[in-house]
Design a protein around this ligand. Structure first.
Ligand code: ZN
Ligand code: ZN
Ligand code: ZN
Ligand code: ZN
Length: 126
């Protein structure tokens, strides 16, 4: 209990006991130079991984995607179109990818409603 009468804060760290607080960090990019705390700003990206803190990018573009597999299945659904319900068959196609650099996975998906009534696609980080 060296700091019984109050810490001697130097930014986020007490000079006497080494205790840290979540205030006045000394940021260098995404890492505090004093206490090592990471923040989600100013990362030093090397493609999809931050060189400083090791964080993986959640955006799709910087990854080195490698194809894993495609899965396809159909489901009967009841969907509403302008107030009316229709029984339709929706075919889903999901293609999985894994980043060769950081191991993050994503899937691209498509859904197609039988009879050409609708088509959707998207991409999802897993
Ligand atoms: Zn202290
Ligand atoms: Zn700090
Ligand atoms: Zn970082
Ligand atoms: Zn990656």
């Amino acid at each position: 209990m060296r700091c019984l009468f109050g810490h001697k804060w130097n930014g986020c760290k007490c000079e006497k006991c080494g205790k840290t607080r979540d205030k006045q960090h000394d940021w260098e990019g995404c890492i505090c130079k004093k206490c090592g705390k990471p923040r989600n700003e100013q990362h030093d990206w090397d493609d999809c991984i931050c060189k400083k803190c090791g964080k993986k990018s959640r955006s799709e573009s910087p990854h080195d995607w490698a194809y894993i597999k495609t899965e396809s299945y159909s489901r009967d659904e009841r969907q509403e179109y302008s107030g009316q319900f229709y029984d339709v068959t929706v075919t889903y196609t999901e293609t999985y990818y894994r980043c060769q650099k950081c191991g993050m996975e994503k899937k691209d998906w498509e859904s197609e409603i039988s009879g050409g009534m609708g088509y959707q696609s998207g991409s999802l980080m897993l």
